[in-house]
Structure formats: C-alpha cells, structure tokens
Design a protein around this ligand. Structure first.
Ligand SMILES: [Zn+2]
Length: 489
C-alpha cells in the first residue's frame, strides 16, 4: 500500500496503480452483464450458461442418473455442480476437501430488482392510444418511472405449454415504451401533493401505441375473433396492438394471464464521471454483488478446504417469500443434497449439522453517503463510495427489527481474513436510527443456524432506474468474496 494523505482514507488513494487497473479491468465485462441481465430469469440463464462453460454439472441430472453404489460417493472433492430453480434462482457449489456435513462457505445474493410488472389483464384503449396496466414490484419511488424510456422483458406461457420470450426496447432500432407525466403548465395541483402521492400506482400505465387497425375490408372474415371484438367495440388502436402481438409473437390477449412481463429502464449501463471511476445502471441492487460472487466462485484456485456455495435468490425485493425466494427450503435442500452426495451413509442430522457449521456472506448492496443528502447518515457509522466493501453487523428498522445481527466472533474472523488479503473494507449501517431501515436475506440463513453477516457494495440512488457504484468497491467486494469462499476456516 502506498503512503498518502492520511485524510484521504479511500481505497483509490492507497492502492497501487496495478490494483487500480485491475479494478477497472474487472468491471469491463460487468457493464455487458448488466445490459443482458435485467430480470431474474435473464440472470439465471446467463449464470447457468457461464457455469456450464466452466464445467459445472446440473445436480438434478446427476441425482436422476445416479445408481446407488455402496461404498462410493456421488460427488468428489473438486466436483462442480449447480441447480437451476424454476428459471429464477440458482445454487452452485464446488465440493471441498471436507465433507459438506462439516459446514460450507456460502455467498448469497438476490437477482430480482424493483420494476413494474404487467397486470394479467393489462391492455386498454383510451384517447386513441393503447396502454398497459402495471403493478409495481419492490420499493420504488414512483416519480422516477415517468418520462423514462422503458423496455419490456419477460415470458408468456401459452395454453398448450409453449413459451414465448419477449425482449423489446433495448437494441438500437427497436421502439421503447414510456409512462407519461403531466405538463408543468397544468400541474399546479399535482405539484402541491406529497412526492409519494404525486404519481399513483394505478397511474403507472405504459404507452404502447396509437395506430388504429385498418378499416374493415373484404378480408374481414379472416380476422380472428379477438380482433373482431375490439373493432366492434370501437377499440381500433387496441385491435391493432393485438394484431401486432399475434403477428410478432403468436400470442393473444388471454395469454397474458400466464405471463410475466417486466417493465424496466431501457437505457444501458454506463461509466460515470470524467475519470470513469463509477458505474451507473439499472438493477445493480443486487446484481453487482451477484456478479462479484459469481466471478469469485469461478476464480477459486484448486480445491477449497470447505465446499464453496453460491446462492442467487429471487423475490428479495418483496420479502423473499415463495418457492424461488430465500425464505424457501431451496438452500437447505441443496445443502442436504450436497451432504448426501459426499457421504456413503446419509442421515438427516448431517444436513442440520451442516447448517449450524456453515458461514455465509449475505451479499447485498449498502447505502452510501450521498453528498446531496448527508443529513440522513450518522457520519461515524456510514458507508462511503470508494472505501471498499461494506460489512454491516446489523440491518433492520425501528430498533434493529427484522434484520440480522452478526456475532462479533464471526466479524473478528472476517477482519483477520480480509486484512490479511489487503482487501479494502469499511463498516457502517443503513442511515440514522429514526429515519427508516431495511433488511435483506441474511436473517433467513441465520435462522438455519449459520453464521451470517451482511456484506456488499456501497451504492448511491439505490432502487432508482440508474443506481451508482464505484469500480474500486466492486473489485474489493469480489476479492473479499473470493478470499472467503477460497479459504475461510
Ligand atoms: Zn438488495
């Protein structure tokens, strides 16, 4: 570490040039990852493809094809496996030298992000335009979603089980979509409202088109029933949209009942600042930690002592419920499978002992001090852009409620590990005590008996369509996750 101005206690000031370059290089592929992964399904597909490329094998197929051979284990140290959970969550592991039942080292992040979801009956025509109703997902500030180019990402499942993927609004030459806002000239009443009420949830309707269907001609009897109905009701613009959807995707209005269409910001992730030290983009909560964790797993050298586990969960932004969320049995079941596959005589106690002996980094972003809003932070216990990865002993709100509170024994061991590897880390909490708070997946794993701490990248403009992080913090977070998965004892 180079000597510098002591007051400049940020990683950039202390790091060697070669390390700074490594941080910039590490983030090279990260921008492309953000652009191709704007939904939990897209992150899952990207991750599975990358794992396959790196010799990870699907655990469910290994188990299905397994013959019970006495005296041999299904998985050996160094084996790499993964599990795709319903296309929306992923678990992966590198089997360590010790049996999994003696505990694993895991990094868990979430791959869902705040957005707007199409309702199941979304389309309506009004004022010669066709729009889609949405229901927002996760904690958004609604005013940030108007007058912003939007893209549609998602899947539609047809009645016969067929799957249609939709991804429109991102590529050059493609149209985008938008939610309109009131002109200032007529917004006198709106401007007097609280910010939280100025834009309503039911007002987040996405503009999809304005062209009416062609006038009914001789070939009218060839049109499908749905389109005829719209025309008879005088909804010519909606009828035209239905025609386009039918022609482009082979889908009909009723098919959206079994669809998940996510409305996300259409702009790409970008370098920010003259010095390009920051990255701005949508969905970095929590894909920045997910990306760092994935790279950390792939970069493990040799066979780790303890089994290294990666967990990408869904539904964190709405409370982690459901069969793809971190409150599900998914992690417990995966670890039980690893225990069973690394022993000759499995019993249920082994999985329980594995949980209690495991250590997990809950990899999620932290609020960084924003120079425009410094008053929401306690400066002694705040996280700063450029100071490295954040270790948060506790989260929660109104008196630490709902969060995890890590044990100091675990924190002490992590200090030793991270300092030994010269990893820049800082510690802080989520703002002033009485101003709010929050929590993430940490508590659910801690409930299983694991040692867990929140640990991730500090961020500005969290949950906005354009979240900001520092390249130096991403790089140090990656190094911390890697050191932990590789060698935490
Ligand atoms: Zn998060």
């Amino acid at each position: 570490m180079a000597k510098g101005n002591e007051a400049y206690d940020i990683w950039w000031h202390k790091a060697e040039a070669v390390e700074k370059k490594a941080a910039f290089d590490f983030c090279g592929d990260y921008l492309a990852f953000l652009d191709s992964c704007k939904t939990e399904r897209e992150v899952t597909a990207y991750t599975v493809a990358l794992l396959e490329k790196n010799q990870f094998k699907p655990l469910d197929k290994i188990l299905t094809g397994a013959k019970n051979q006495a005296g041999s284990c299904l998985l050996q140290p160094g084996d790499k496996v993964y599990l795709d959970v319903r296309g929306k969550a992923v678990l992966a592991a590198i089997i360590g030298k010790e049996p999994a039942a003696q505990g694993v080292n895991a990094v868990a992040s979430h791959i869902d992000s705040p957005r707007l979801d199409f309702k199941q009956t979304p389309f309506y025509e009004d004022t010669y335009m066709v729009l889609a109703k949405t229901h927002y997902y996760g904690g958004i500030k609604k005013y940030q979603w108007v007058c912003l180019p939007l893209a549609l990402h998602g899947v539609v499942f047809l009645k016969d089980g067929g799957k249609v993927e939709i991804n429109i609004g991102e590529k050059e030459g493609e149209p985008c979509f938008v939610i309109t806002d009131l002109l200032p000239h007529l917004a006198q009443k709106q401007m007097e409202k609280k910010v939280a009420e100025a834009i309503t949830g039911e007002g987040l309707n996405v503009l999809l088109g304005s062209l009416p269907a062609e006038k009914a001609g001789g070939e009218d009897n060839e049109k499908d029933e749905g389109e005829k109905d719209e025309k008879e009701c005088g909804q010519l613009v909606k009828a035209n949209l239905m025609r386009i959807l039918k022609e482009t995707y082979g889908i009909e209005e009723r098919d959206f009942v079994s669809a998940e269409i996510e409305v996300v910001p259409a702009q790409p992730a970008r370098d920010v600042g003259f010095d390009r030290s920051l990255i701005g983009g949508y969905g970095q909560d929590d894909r920045v930690c997910s990306y760092a964790a994935l790279k950390a797993l792939l970069d493990i050298e040799g066979i780790p002592q303890k089994t290294a586990v990666l967990y990408f969960s869904d539904k964190e932004e709405v409370g982690s419920q459901g069969n793809t969320g971190a409150q599900s049995a998914n992690l417990g079941n995966f670890l039980a499978e690893l225990c069973a596959a690394t022993t000759e005589s499995y019993n249920d106690l082994m999985a329980r002992r594995c949980y209690a002996a495991s250590h997990l980094l809950s990899a999620d972003v932290a609020a960084a001090v924003d120079p425009n809003y410094k008053d929401v932070q306690d400066p002694l216990n705040a996280n700063y852009i450029g100071k490295g990865m954040v270790l948060e002993k506790y989260t929660g709100a109104r008196g630490k409620n709902g969060g995890n509170d890590a044990n100091p024994e675990f924190i002490a061991a992590l200090r030793q590990l991270f300092d030994g590897e010269e990893i820049a880390w800082q510690t802080g909490e989520l703002g002033k005590v009485d101003l709010g708070g929050g929590g993430t997946v940490a508590a659910f794993m801690a409930n299983m008996g694991m040692q867990v701490i929140d640990c991730g990248v500090p961020m500005l403009s969290m949950h906005s369509p354009f979240e900001i992080v520092s390249k130096g913090d991403i790089y140090n977070t990656y190094k911390a996750y890697k050191a932990f998965l590789q060698s935490y004892k």
